[in-house]
Design a protein around this ligand. Sequence first.
Ligand SMILES: [Zn+2]
Length: 414
Amino acid sequence: MKNLEVNGRRYRWMSEPLVVVCVDGCEYDYLTEAARSGSAPFIAKLLAGGSAFQGDCVVPSFTNPNNLSIVTGAPPAVHGICGNYFYDREADAEVMMNDPKYLRAGTILAAFSKAGAKVAVVTAKDKLRKLLGHKLDGICFSSEKAAEATVAENGIDKVVDLVGMPVPSVYSAELSEFVFAAGVKLLETRRPDLMYLSTTDYIQHKFAPGTEGANRFYAMMDRYLAKMDAMGAVIALTADHGMNAKTKADGSPNVIYLQDAIDGWIGKGHARVILPITDPYVVHHGALGSFATVYVEGVDRTKVAERLERLEGIELVLDNAAACKRFELPPDRVGDLVVVSTRHVVLGTSASRHDLSGLDAPLRSHGGVSEQTVPLLFNRRAVEMPSRRLRNFDILDIALNHLESRAAVTAAAE
Ligand SMILES: [Zn+2]
């Protein structure tokens, strides 16, 4: 059978249509709780069926680094995308990393499309579209900009008519529903060999596992997944990261303002705190996550690191080399220090730079090591699984190289 090598890993050609789903912010408990409540019978079947695993995502446990890891099958050290933002020392500018020019590796999606597979990508927010669709010969559009899709830019037009749903608000559960609805319609009308569906974590930022708001979302997702399963697709589901409550006992955000703290110790102008979670869509998390990187000039950075380590709520302070080794990050896009906060604590720059007025629910966020555990679920039996620690970016390897096809199972039974 045809094989493809991408970023040093081999992938078998798909024998049935493969749908890889990245559920944004999907802490494992969302699945088990939705299954337990009876609102997600298909997911319940997957959880009980033996092809449900837990793995680790990439730290920083943010959306873009993990989506890019999943579609390249490699960590940020290889593909270069380690956040939404980095500080370009040479240009002395904070730059957004959502342009494909920052991508240092090709995607598995593009490689399959070049080799002749029909490939389709649907993502909730447009911020990911260009990265995910880099050099892809196929379909690639976002829910957010579905109405603007053209054959020239997206490989498809009239998306809104096809999906049969109005274009949802960028802050809504429907933005993710649009992704699944589009996935079902694409499978029905074009039957792609490989499809990548990536949602948004609007609901996960607001609702904890097992709550009604969360279960409603997973019930919706369950219906679409069951449809795709019934249409004969292999379904491989994972997440970009988990999600935790980041509040104090009184419900207010539990924030350490790093820039304020460091400026207080060493004076202004020596340190620059970068929060790689920052992006144009900050309403639901106020740009507060559990990972920060700090550039330090003109003072002893080990002293700064020592003081940071002593702060209550800090889990980890590493220098550039140690952080890049441990988290497999590109050293040139990471500051002198990496700071990770504990499970229920987030990191900010200066209090005055965070607008928290948009937070209409107690803060839930991600970014740290405490949001690293993610699900890997399949609707086929997994065989000869790798014995090492699973990563979310193993999902395509497992889906293509370690699953029994339905045809094989049927043939064996006859
Ligand atoms: Zn995310």
